[in-house]
Design a protein around this ligand. Structure first.
Ligand code: ACO
Length: 377
């Protein structure tokens, strides 16, 4: 049956899902029917992960059990640490994360994806261990010792501790936890789809997550948060925003952190992230990048609103991480640490009625060509 070809599968449903929903014209994002703003206000990243994976908010006993399970699986094997030690220190952290996650699967041999209990523990391990890998890599690459997780610290606090060796200011943990909630899930995006294609072959979840990490890395997707901060640093001051934005747009270059396949208004996550910037700056002082970002958003609003181009999730997140002293190339790994919940939720949902992804193509090549021997080419 002939179908219309939709480049980038734009608007083509690839699955039925009850995990999250985006209203791109009203700027609404819901996880399991609950608005992300409400989750940021009342929930935690781990409670939100439970909601995404299992379809409902946990009761108190379930939440305690879930948090305990994740907390007690944060450690990584010394061989994963050794693996990170031998990687080139100038390599990108997303590559280190992808390799380490793929390698994790070699340590947990129960790879039968029809085993529900095993799937639960795979999900626990992946959510628990990604932050440990990211923090370990950040330290090992500059010659510092790996800091093991501390069971007495909540999820966000523990990550910031493993990264810096200091227990963070409570506001930092709160803001960071909200950032994780905002990045945890987002319908059928490129990295989720990449993972679902891999998972549809019944490959194990470590391989599935490694595929998603690869897709998230690109600058058109999660990698944009790095590019935003580099762009804002390059612009330098609010006064330079106008010529810089004009030069970019006239050169047909995209403004990083702007535009979205689904949102035609400001991404609701960008609005919350901007509020988080303000909360952080009220206590820790402002950031020069923020002043530039506000100027860029205003100019972009004037120039691009007819195309429905507004800030997306990547526009303000990096400013928060930068203020916390986190290195720019770790921003996309932070995204992965959160989004792994969404990837796993889609994996569990898809397994219930799995069908191998095997789309069609429209062949545009030739037929019936003759093989030409090399001496006659
Ligand atoms: N800056 C300037 N113009 C833009 C931008 C932008 N950031 N984004 C889109 N446009 C323009 C395009 O130039 C194009 O204009 P034209 O019709 O005059 O040629 C039009 O808007 C449509 O753009 P496409 O790239 O075709 O739209 P698509 O839906 O494929 O792109 C995407 C979505 C990839 C996110 C795009 O907006 C982009 O490249 N943004 C910058 C990178 C970025 O921030 N990515 C993160 C997205 S959020 C996430 O993945 C987590």
């Amino acid at each position: 049956m002939p179908h219309d070809f939709m480049p980038g599968l734009a608007g083509v449903p690839a699955a039925k899902s009850a995990i999250s929903d985006v209203d791109g014209t009203r700027g609404i994002l819901e996880y399991r029917g609950i608005r992300v703003e409400e989750l940021c206000q009342h929930s935690s990243f781990l409670e939100t992960s439970y909601l995404l994976l299992f379809g409902r908010l946990p009761n108190a006993t379930e939440l305690t059990q879930w948090v305990n399970d994740v907390t007690h699986h944060r450690r990584i094997k010394f061989r994963i640490v050794d693996l990170l030690k031998v990687m080139p220190e100038h390599g990108h952290p997303m590559d280190a994360l992808q390799a380490a996650v793929a390698a994790l699967g070699m340590f947990y041999p129960g790879r039968n994806v029809k085993d529900v209990e095993n799937n639960y523990w795979s999900a626990v391990r992946l959510i628990a261990k990604l932050p440990t890998i990211v923090a370990a890599w950040a330290r090992l690459r500059r010659g510092d010792e790996y800091i093991p997780p501390r069971d007495d610290l909540p999820f966000a606090d523990n990550f910031l501790y493993m990264l810096t060796e200091n227990t963070p200011h409570p506001l930092w943990s709160e803001v960071f936890d909200d950032c994780l909630i905002l990045h945890a899930e987002h319908t059928m995006n490129a990295s989720t789809f990449a993972g679902m294609v891999t998972a549809s072959t019944l490959a194990d979840p470590y391989t599935m997550v490694a595929s998603s990490i690869g897709a998230l890395k690109g600058p058109l997707h999660g990698g944009a948060n790095e590019e935003v901060v580099m762009m804002l640093r390059e612009i330098g001051t609010p006064a330079q925003a106008k010529p810089a934005v004009e030069a970019r747009l006239q050169g047909k270059n995209k403004l990083m952190g702007f535009g979205h396949r689904v949102y035609k208004v400001k991404d609701p996550r960008a609005t919350v992230l901007q509020e988080l910037c303000m909360r952080l700056f009220n206590v820790c002082g402002t950031s020069p990048l923020y002043e530039v970002a506000v100027a860029v958003e205003q100019l972009a609003g004037e120039r691009l609103k007819d195309k429905g181009i507004y800030p997306n999730v990547d526009f303000y997140s990096g400013i928060i991480y930068d203020k916390m002293g986190i290195e720019v190339d770790l921003f996309t790994p932070l995204f992965a640490m959160a989004r792994v919940s969404g990837w796993l939720a889609h994996w569990l949902e898809q397994l219930r009625e799995n069908k191998l992804y095997r789309p069609d193509q429209i062949y545009s090549g030739e037929h019936n060509r003759q093989y030409v021997p090399i001496d006659r080419r």
